[in-house]
Design a protein around this ligand. Structure first.
Ligand code: GSH
Length: 270
């Protein structure tokens, strides 16, 4: 089984652990690696908040994610896995990824999730599946920083993914699938124009973390298979994509473009 543990840099861990111990009596907290000093400082600040949340974490959370189709022992192209990883990153929670080859699911994985789907995360001794359930549980267990969104905004952009898939699979340019996607993107552009820069305003929320990975797939897959990109007439989406895709959390958890392309190939060819 191949795994990747995301844990702290030495500097950050030392500063953090002494500060946290002093204030809250915790034994240890871990931070993800490979970040700039500025980003580490930001993380340290954020971890002080995490320590005050409902549950504190000293051990990395174990999570099963899709393995790369193109590179051994690397994260693959599942947008639902990335959604959960983004939530962990934004909440500064350490995690330990177990890469699952979905084309040849290992016994150990099917034992812990007979449905055979990723993501699956371990809370205490229980394995929990489905990104909706997992992100909701993370919000309850680790409320800081808060990512919850008011119910009326929770479904913003929610039809973009299905209309993207319809257009991607379409072989008939006149079947209305491109227009259906454009209608959804246009409504989303209007929402960001009025409410942005994020779906819920100034701060990133769970809705952005669910939609961002899907938009990443949209951009790569439609660019590759249809030479199509979000039109210039939707500038608020363009800047939203830039904003989301450049977040450290996103850069740390995104799939390789080659994997996104390979992942959609059967749907496009089928
Ligand atoms: N509703 C689930 C969907 C998860 C899902 O469809 N995962 C895909 C990978 S992107 C999977 O595990 N597919 C394997 C299979 O269906 O056998 C969630 O939100 O977590």
């Amino acid at each position: 089984m191949s795994t990747a543990r995301i844990q702290p840099t030495v500097t950050a861990a030392c500063v953090l652990s002494s500060t946290i111990k002093h204030h809250f009596g915790l034994t240890s907290l871990r931070l993800p690696t490979n970040h700039s000093a500025a980003f580490r400082r930001q993380r340290i600040k954020r971890n002080l908040t995490v320590s005050m949340s409902a549950t504190s974490v000293s051990e990395p959370l174990e999570i099963c994610v899709k393995a790369s189709l193109t590179v051994p022992d690397k994260l693959g192209d599942c947008p639902f896995c990335q959604r959960v990883l983004l939530t962990l990153e934004e909440k500064n929670l350490p995690y330990d990824m177990k890469f699952v080859d979905l084309g040849n699911k290992p016994e150990w994985f099917l034992k812990l999730n007979p449905d055979g789907k990723v993501p699956v995360i371990k809370f205490e001794e229980n394995w929990v599946s489905d990104s909706d359930v997992i992100t909701q549980a993370l919000e309850e267990k680790f409320p800081d920083p808060p990512l919850a969104i008011p119910p009326e905004k929770a479904s913003v952009g929610s039809k973009i993914f299905s209309t993207f898939i319809g257009f991607l699979k379409s072989k008939d340019p006149g079947d209305g699938t491109e227009q259906a996607l454009l209608d959804e993107l246009s409504a989303f552009n209007d929402h960001i124009k009025e409410n942005g820069p994020f779906i819920n305003g100034e701060k990133v929320s769970a809705a952005d973390l669910a939609l961002g990975p899907k938009l990443y797939h949209l951009e790569i897959a439609l660019g590759h298979y249809k030479n199509w990109s979000v039109p210039e007439s939707l500038p608020y989406i363009k800047s939203y994509l830039k904003e989301i895709f450049s977040r450290d959390s996103f850069v740390n958890t995104r799939a390789l473009p080659e994997d996104v392309i390979a992942g959609w190939r059967p749907k496009v060819m089928g």
